[in-house]
Ligand binder design. Structure first.
Ligand code: ADP
Ligand code: MG
Length: 471
């Protein structure tokens, strides 16, 4: 029984991570979703109501079977979802009769990522052509819930300006590393425009599916429809435009679409994981067009912004995490907001099921799953010291002592240098590890820099150590 519970936990964590919808939607359908029985032939899940049973076995069937595959390594021949009542009924055979059966395995034939993308796009197109009150995952991305900091303020302001008054800046080109909120901003523009500019025709496409669509249109001889679709909209948003690199034919077609819209003063918004200059190869005339409007970048979030984001997301999920642990998470998760969200979702999945308190150990565990290369600073320092100790045959306590023989001094310099390179500690904090002040740390770093330039094989050894520590 305990085993089932823990499989259940892991499965829900996996579902929550894979699901692109908001935590409240996850909660709505999966809140009391439980693994009731598992054999090689059949897995039975229970849920409280018939409605949930139906939704889970239609809308979420693939998600469930993918998550099963990930959690237990296989998908039983039959996946049944039944109500708790049906499961308890004295006639277990009856279960199969009323159960919603998902015929497995789905994961063999479908490319999950792609299906998700298509679904997202469909939702947008639908809600544009026939505005409905249906909640979609799009609604989760708004300007209101986009937390602002110095790293994304400009991009947000630019998007907001354009959403309010299309053609203020044209094109608007948003760029920055993955997971920093570019797609969120595009969706926020769409949401805002739908609310405030009645009847506006918006076309949103991920660049990759724009390419697929174009290739298909050429193959089917339906390029006229393709052209019409893209040239008759009021706003065109293309996400991840860097995928145009090297695709000559598509660049050509895109150039014409772009020019037609631009001349008609229709708003164009593009995102990319790099600035136009670094998209290669890209036709010059396109690059010039991309650079001709407003360029806005999103940078990695500051410590304060990370804290604000964690607080906001935890709040929305109804997760209580102490300030101390929020700061701890913010220290460890530095470069990617998607990752911050992934960690919270995973914690939430387990937490909401067991209502266990969120602990530092839980956070460490989840981070080690989501970002295996990311280890706590304390552990990293231990690792650096022991690698250096081994490489130069100098015990750690001697590195920390006042001893000044050449060998010990050199090992100490290298350890200090590596801690500076591989952690976020300040000079003062590094000094404290060795019972010294920050000027010693500066001296060590300079010494190693100099040795790298002048001593044979010194750099190779440092690089080898870095590799060993990180690997
Ligand atoms: P990108 O498109 O740049 O790769 P996304 O827009 O997909 O990144 O963002 C990744 C996740 O992080 C999304 O779930 C998004 O809602 C969230 N996110 C990013 N930036 C912010 C922010 N400033 N405030 C709140 N959530 C954010
Ligand atoms: Mg994106």
């Amino acid at each position: 029984m305990d085993e089932l519970l823990s499989i259940s936990d892991m499965l829900l964590a996996s579902v929550s991570e894979k699901m692109s919808a908001s935590p409240s939607i996850f909660n709505l359908w999966f809140n009391e979703f439980k693994l009731a029985s598992l054999t090689e032939e059949e897995v039975i899940f229970t849920t409280p109501s018939a409605i949930k049973k139906n939704i889970l076995s239609t809308k979420y069937q693939k998600l469930i079977s993918d998550s099963l595959e990930e959690t237990i390594g296989f998908v039983p021949l039959k996946i049944s979802i039944v109500t708790e009542e049906e499961f308890k009924s004295p006639n277990p055979k009856g279960v199969g009769n009323t159960a919603s059966v998902i015929s497995a395995p789905y994961f063999e034939t479908n490319d999950k990522k792609k299906n998700d993308d298509e679904e997202e796009e469909k939702i947008i197109t639908e809600s544009i052509s026939s505005p409905s009150n249906k909640r979609t995952l799009l609604d989760d991305y708004t300007f209101e819930n986009f937390v602002e900091g110095s790293s994304n303020k400009f991009a947000k302001a630019a998007c907001y300006a354009v959403a309010k008054e299309p053609n203020t800046y044209n094109p608007l080109f948003i760029y920055g590393n993955s997971g920093l909120g570019k797609t969120h901003l595009l969706y926020a523009v769409i949401n805002y425009m739908k609310k405030n500019h009645e009847g506006i025709k918006i076309v949103y496409k991920k660049c990759e599916s724009f390419l697929d669509e174009l290739i298909k249109a050429i193959r089917d001889g339906s390029t006229t429809e393709f052209k019409d679709k893209y040239r008759s909209c009021d706003v065109l948003l293309i996400d991840d435009i860097q995928f145009l690199a090297g695709k000559e034919m598509t660049q050509e077609e895109f150039f014409h679409t772009f020019s037609a819209l631009y001349e008609a003063e229709k708003q164009i918004i593009l995102t990319s994981d790099r600035p136009p200059l670094e998209i290669k190869p890209l036709e010059d005339r396109l690059r010039t067009r991309f650079e001709g409007g407003l360029l806005a970048d999103v940078q990695p979030p500051s410590f304060e912004l990370r804290i604000a984001i964690i607080k906001q997301k935890a709040d929305t999920m109804g997760l209580t995490i102490s300030n101390e642990l929020i700061e701890y998470m913010a220290e460890r998760l530095q470069n990617n907001i998607r990752q911050i969200e992934g960690v919270l979702k995973r914690i939430y999945a387990v937490h909401s099921l067991t209502s266990a308190e969120v602990t530092k150990e839980k956070i460490d565990e989840v981070i080690s799953i989501i970002d295996p290369g990311n280890i706590p600073t304390d552990a990293l320092i231990e690792k650096i010291l022991s690698a250096v100790s081994k490489a130069y045959s100098v015990p750690v306590d001697q590195m920390k002592s006042k001893k000044r023989t050449d060998n010990v001094t050199n090992a100490r310099h290298v350890a200090i240098y590596l801690i500076k390179q591989l952690t976020e500690l300040t000079l003062k904090e590094i000094g404290a590890i060795f019972g010294r002040d920050h000027s010693t740390v500066v001296f060590s770093i300079e010494k190693v820099d100099k040795n790298i330039k002048t001593v044979n094989n010194y750099e190779a050894e440092i690089n080898r150590l870095i590799k060993e520590i990180k690997g």
